[in-house]
Design a protein around this ligand. Structure first.
Ligand code: GLC
Length: 512
């Protein structure tokens, strides 16, 4: 590890969706204690940090992304004492803990919104975004996410509209109000003082709203407001948040910038005074195709390098179908793991991808999420038993396919499993400063193959990813040894200039 580089540059971060990780109480919903009990797995796997999706008090209309108290744990997940215990145990194992922070909106049950809604004269009225009008016509044509309708709800009692980029139960805070800024900064300090290592900041690009809240042009009328909102004033708010983070040593500020264009994500790094890391989703949406991936990587290089901004890579999370499901086969999911863990930047794993999990098939009667995201949120199977290591006999969502085999205990016993592949790749990263921090350089390669070198001082690695479903010859200069192969083939042996279908390899110069 480099002493001069911040920890989050060389870290591999593992996302935990707490409802789905492990239930210790028997109510079918994962909890903080379930995370603590499985720190062994994370340590064995070799990740450096966990990011836990929201576990704060919430009416759960958006499963925790509707917060009613930023400074407490929802009883479904445990207590503040449970959190402190989890944090202490994680730290004792050298694992950092990043938590979610939801600054764009609160729950409609948050006391701030309850007060704001109570009267036009409430001292908190201006903490949210209210507009005059008539009940038949919202103030503008913006669309809310996950709902088939306007980003506005009419409040009968006080006779005004309020803005919500997401559900009506998630009113947007008014960051133009300094009292809101101060109150939200205080919620950060609450957790920083408890010792968390950083925050993943939800919809950070949403904070600033355009003056006058103008209509979308007709061609954008059907597009959710939250995926295009990109206002200069937001950068002031982000810098203000960064100054709070910088009051504490070594903390991470990672933002979810859900703008599907890397050129629009890059400015959120500022000049080293905004986000330290930003999610960049275009690669997640790229198909399993060498050219598409090359384009995605090139735009990261061209947009981020000039700013000295450190990239992030993510293939799965709690909002999108898992990449195993999107790409269709385990062979591709394995090759994708090689790609994800060898590109230049900080990789994010989503719990269960190390098991090669597919999305659960959720029958209509069990569907819960208004955004249709239940499949990727299926519970994590820990063993082959009927309840897969969960305390209750029925988890909140159905199990993912093949849980009797794709569970931690079974795959840990199979040396050839995808789980062991992830573990080998994480070991390889730890051993190579080129993989963790080195430069990235594309290498000429046959059609269908993405090839690159990672280099730092004397340390060097080469990665070849065959996106094609047929074998391909790939001749490289010099003697190279297979350090890891997506299908495990030939590891520790000389590379024989040939890739199997959907196969990826990590190569190192042969010694001697
Ligand atoms: C982010 C979260 C998503 C949530 C939304 C609203 O995109 O990842 O799960 O629904 O914000 O908070």
């Amino acid at each position: 590890m480099s002493a001069t580089e911040p920890w989050w540059k060389s870290a591999v971060v593992y996302q935990i969706y707490p409802r789905s990780f492990c239930d210790m109480t028997g109510n079918g919903i994962g909890d903080l204690e379930g995370i603590r009990r499985h720190l062994d797995h994370l340590q064995w796997l070799g990740v450096d940090a966990i990011w836990i999706s929201p576990f704060f008090r919430s009416p759960m209309k958006d499963y925790g992304y509707d917060v009613s108290d930023y400074c407490d744990v929802d009883p479904l997940f445990g207590t503040l004492a449970d959190f402190d215990r989890l944090l202490a145990d994680a730290h004792a194992r050298g694992l950092r803990v990043v938590i979610d922070w939801v600054p764009n909106h609160t729950s409609d049950r948050h006391p701030w919104f309850v007060a704001s809604r109570s009267s036009r004269r409430s001292a908190k009225r201006d903490w949210y975004i209210w507009r005059d009008g008539t009940p038949d016509r919202p103030p503008n044509n913006w669309k809310g996410a996950f709902i088939d309708g306007p980003a506005w709800t009419w409040d009968h009692a006080s006779g005004q509209w309020y803005l919500h980029f997401f559900l009506p139960e998630q009113p947007d805070l008014n960051w133009a109000n300094p009292e809101v800024v101060a109150a939200m900064h205080a919620t950060l300090r609450f957790w920083l003082d408890r010792g968390v290592d950083g925050f993943r900041m939800d919809v950070i690009h949403g904070l600033g709203k355009p003056a006058g809240l103008p209509d979308h042009p007709p061609e954008l009328a059907a597009v959710w407001r939250c995926v295009v909102n990109d206002e200069p004033i937001t950068h002031d708010y982000v810098r203000g948040i960064r100054s709070v983070i910088d009051e504490y040593p070594d903390r991470l500020m990672l933002g979810e910038v859900f703008l599907l264009d890397t050129a629009r994500v890059a400015p959120y790094y500022g000049s080293g005074d905004e986000l330290q890391l930003a999610f960049n989703f275009p690669p997640l949406f790229a198909p399993w195709n060498a050219r598409a991936w090359r384009r995605a990587v090139d735009s990261v290089v061209s947009e981020l390098d000039p700013r000295d901004a450190w990239p992030t890579w993510v293939l799965s999370n709690h909002d999108q179908p898992r990449h195993r499901t999107r790409y269709g086969t385990e062979a591709r999911a394995r090759a994708a793991a090689v790609l994800l863990l060898t590109l230049r930047g900080t990789p994010f794993l989503y719990a269960g991808e190390e098991l090669g999990l597919e999305d659960a098939v959720v029958p209509e009667v069990r569907r819960l999420d208004p955004g249709g995201r239940d499949g990727c949120r299926a519970p994590i199977p820990w063993d082959a038993g009927a309840t897969h290591g969960w305390a209750g006999d029925r988890a909140w969502l159905p199990w993912p396919p093949e849980a009797e085999r794709r569970n931690v205990e079974t795959l840990a016993r199979e040396r050839t499993s995808i789980l062991h592949l992830y573990r080998r790749l994480l070991t390889a990263r730890r051993r190579s400063s080129a993989l963790r921090l080195g430069a990235w350089r594309p290498i000429a390669s046959p059609d269908g193959v993405l090839a690159y070198a990672r280099e730092r001082a004397e340390d060097r690695r080469i990665v070849l990813v065959n996106f094609a479903s047929s074998p391909v010859d790939a001749r490289l200069e010099g003697e190279l040894t297979v350090e890891a192969a997506s299908d495990g083939a030939g590891e520790g042996e000389r590379f024989r200039d040939r890739l199997g279908p959907d196969q990826a390899v990590l190569l190192r110069p042969a010694i001697g």
